[in-house]
Design a protein around this ligand. Structure first.
Ligand SMILES: *Cc1c(COP(=O)(O)O)cnc(C)c1O
Ligand SMILES: [Zn+2]
Length: 413
C-alpha cells in the first residue's frame, strides 16, 4: 500500500493517475508524485521510522511504491561522519560528511534506482534502461540483476574504467555511445517511444527522483532530528539538489523536525556549470553548455531539472559554486588525507565548493554543515593517478629499503 496519490504537473497542476510517464501532456513540464500527507501524518512518527530497516526503506511511507517486497540490496542509511580533521583545517566546528560512497554500487544513484526498479516491476516492465553519466549505469545494471530484469544501459564511450567495469559486471547490455550525455539522453527519449522499457530517468523519472529525498531525511534523522544550517549538493541534472530540499521540508511539515532554515548550496565543475552560470547572471533560464571536465558524473550540459535547482537555491538562500578541475582534484586529496574517505571527482567538487563557501564567509565557524559525498573514488582513479605521492621501489632487502628511504628524504629535503 502507498500514500502516493497521483502524478501532478509541476507547472500547470494537471493530475494524472500513476503511469510510466514523466512529462505533462498539456505543457510539457515535469510531473511529480503527490502524496496524501494527512494520511501520512496520522501514522508517521520518529519511533515508527526508527523501528524500520537500516536502509532508505525506513522512509517508505514517503516513497511512491506499493510493493511490500521492494528491490533492494541494502540501500542507503549510510554514515554521517563528523569531519573534525577537515573541519579544523577549514575553521568549522560542526562539519559532517554524508558518506554515500558506501552504497551497494558505490554511489547515491542506488537510492533513486531502488525506487525506480521497484516501480518498474509494479508497472509490469521486464526490461530496465537508462541514459547515464556512469554511476546510474552501474546502479541500473545491479538492481535489474537483483530484480531478474534485463537491462540496457547507455553510457558515453569515453567513461572511466571503474564505471565501465562497475556496470558491465552485472551483465547488462552495455551500450557505449560515441557522444556526450546530452546526446545519449536525446537518443533514449526516442527509444522510449519504440521499446517497452522502463528508462529509469525518462519514463520512470517522477518516481526515480523521489528516492533522492532520502538523502534529506537521513541527514535530519542522523543529526538527532533536525535540519543542518548548510548542505552542499553536487548538481548534474539538478534532481538531487531539489529533492534534498523537498525531503527536509516534508519532515518539517509532518512535525518530525522543527522549521527548516537549511541553505542548500549547489556545486558544479566549471567545465560544466550551466546552473552556476544562470545563478551568477541572476536568471532562471539555464543555457546549455558543452561539457569539458574530468568530473564525468556531473557532465550534463542541459540539465533536465536545472530550473528547479535554481528555484531551490532561491527558496533556501543557497549559493551555486563552480570549481576548476585542479581544485576538484585538490578537494579529493584533502578529503582522503583528512578523513580517510576516497571520493570520486564529484566529491572533490563538493569539498572544493565547501572551501570557497567558507572562504567567502557564507558558512560560519559554528554552523552545522553537511557535505554530500555521493560517489566512490575507485571509479575515477584516472583523475588522481598521476597526482599521488611517489612510491618507493625496492629489492626485498633491508639495505635496499633503507637506501630508498634515504633517497626519498633527500628528495624531499
Ligand atoms: C548523478 C550524480 C549526482 C547528481 O545527480 P542529479 O540528481 O542528476 O543532479 C551527484 N553525484 C554523483 C556521484 C552522481 O553520480
Ligand atoms: Zn502541465
Amino acid at each position: 500500500m502507498s500514500y502516493a496519490k497521483a502524478l501532478r504537473c509541476r507547472e500547470c497542476g494537471r493530475e494524472y493517475p500513476h503511469a510510466p510517464m514523466s512529462i505533462c501532456e498539456a505543457c510539457f513540464r515535469p510531473l511529480e508524485v503527490i502524496y496524501d500527507y494527512d494520511a501520512i501524518a496520522r501514522v508517521i512518527s520518529r519511533e515508527r521510522i526508527a523501528r524500520g530497516p537500516l536502509t532508505m526503506w525506513r522512509y517508505r511511507d514517503l516513497l511512491p511504491v506499493e510493493s511490500e517486497d521492494v528491490i533492494d540490496i541494502d540501500t542507503g542509511f549510510t554514515p554521517l561522519i563528523k569531519a573534525d580533521n577537515l573541519g579544523r583545517g577549514l575553521g568549522l566546528e560542526k562539519l559532517y560528511v554524508k558518506n554515500d560512497t558506501l552504497n551497494p554500487t558505490f554511489s547515491f544513484k542506488d537510492r533513486v534506482v531502488s525506487v525506480a526498479i521497484t516501480k518498474a516491476r509494479e508497472f509490469g516492465f521486464e526490461t530496465a534502461a537508462c541514459a547515464s553519466t556512469g554511476n546510474l549505469a552501474c546502479s541500473v545494471a545491479a538492481y535489474a540483476a537483483k530484480a531478474g530484469m534485463e537491462a540496457y544501459v547507455f553510457i558515453p564511450a569515453d567513461l572511466e574504467q571503474g564505471k565501465i567495469v562497475g556496470a558491465a559486471i552485472y551483465g547488462p547490455k552495455l551500450i557505449a555511445v560515441d557522444g556526450v550525455y546530452d546526446e545519449i539522453s536525446l537518443l533514449c527519449r526516442e527509444l522510449v517511444e519504440r521499446y517497452k522499457w522502463a528508462f529509469v530517468n525518462i519514463n520512470i523519472r517522477a518516481y526515480y527522483s523521489e528516492g533522492a529525498k532520502t538523502l534529506g531525511y537521513e541527514v535530519a534523522e542522523q543529526l538527532g532530528w533536525r535540519a543542518p544550517e548548510h548542505v552542499i549538493v553536487p548538481v548534474a541534472s539538478g534532481s538531487l539538489h531539489s529533492k534534498v530540499w523537498k525531503g527536509l521540508n516534508e519532515f518539517a511539515s509532518l512535525g518530525l523536525i522543527g522549521p527548516v532554515k537549511t541553505r542548500v548550496h549547489a556545486a558544479q565543475p566549471s567545465g560544466c556549470s550551466p546552473v552556476v552560470n544562470a545563478f551568477e547572471s541572476g536568471t532562471m533560464e539555464v543555457l546549455p553548455v558543452r561539457p569539458n571536465t574530468i568530473c564525468k558524473s556531473l557532465a550534463i550540459g542541459n540539465p533536465a531539472e536545472g530550473y528547479y535547482a535554481l528555484k531551490t537555491l532561491k527558496e533556501s538562500r543557497g549559493v551555486a559554486i563552480g570549481v576548476s578541475d585542479e581544485e576538484l582534484v585538490d578537494g579529493m586529496k584533502l578529503l582522503a588525507e583528512t578523513e580517510g574517505i576516497f571520493a570520486e571527482t564529484t566529491g572533490g567538487v563538493v569539498i572544493a565548493a565547501l572551501r570557497k563557501l567558507v572562504a567567502s564567509g557564507v558558512i560560519k565557524r559554528d554552523e552545522t554543515t553537511v557535505a554530500y559525498i555521493t560517489g566512490c573514488g575507485l571509479k575515477t582513479q584516472e583523475a588522481v593517478m598521476d597526482k599521488l605521492p611517489p612510491r618507493l621501489n625496492i629489492q626485498p632487502s633491508i639495505g635496499s629499503f633503507e637506501q630508498a628511504l634515504r633517497e626519498s628524504s633527500l628528495q624531499k629535503g
